[in-house]
Design a protein around this ligand. Structure first.
Ligand SMILES: [Zn+2]
Length: 122
């Protein structure tokens, strides 16, 4: 085996490893998406009803607010022409974070409105 052959084998192995770790990162990212977001102060801990539905219950009365996680279509992901798997994963993470923040803002707005309407002075 000459130097070129050895080098070709090393390159092939490292390419394979790179692809595997990208797949792993993508899988971890998808698992993160399934987890409910951390609740900020005004929003109670959500109940996971399955099928991507999160239920936020009012701690005072039977009112609740449901969020359908899967109903939000992914936004636009901007990539350069020579993008790598890592670029794509990072962009998807940014986009996912934006969607989570949008969900928290919507939920918080619902709770603020509910508190003002049904539990004034709270
Ligand atoms: Zn209430």
């Amino acid at each position: 085996m000459d130097y070129d052959e050895i080098w070709a084998k090393i390159e092939a192995a490292s390419e394979r490893r790179g692809r595997e770790s990208s797949d792993e990162a993508l899988r971890a990212y998808r698992e993160d998406l399934r987890k409910p977001p951390p609740p900020p102060s005004v929003i109670p801990e959500p109940e996971n009803l399955g099928d991507g539905v999160l239920r936020f219950r009012c701690p005072i009365c039977p009112w609740y607010y449901d969020e359908q996680m899967d109903s939000q279509s992914p936004g636009r992901v901007m990539l350069s022409a020579d993008f790598t798997a890592q670029d794509l994963i990072e962009q998807l993470a940014v986009e996912g974070e934006a969607r989570t923040n949008a969900l928290l803002v919507r939920t918080e707005r619902e709770f603020i409105t509910h508190y003002a309407d049904k539990h004034p002075g709270r």
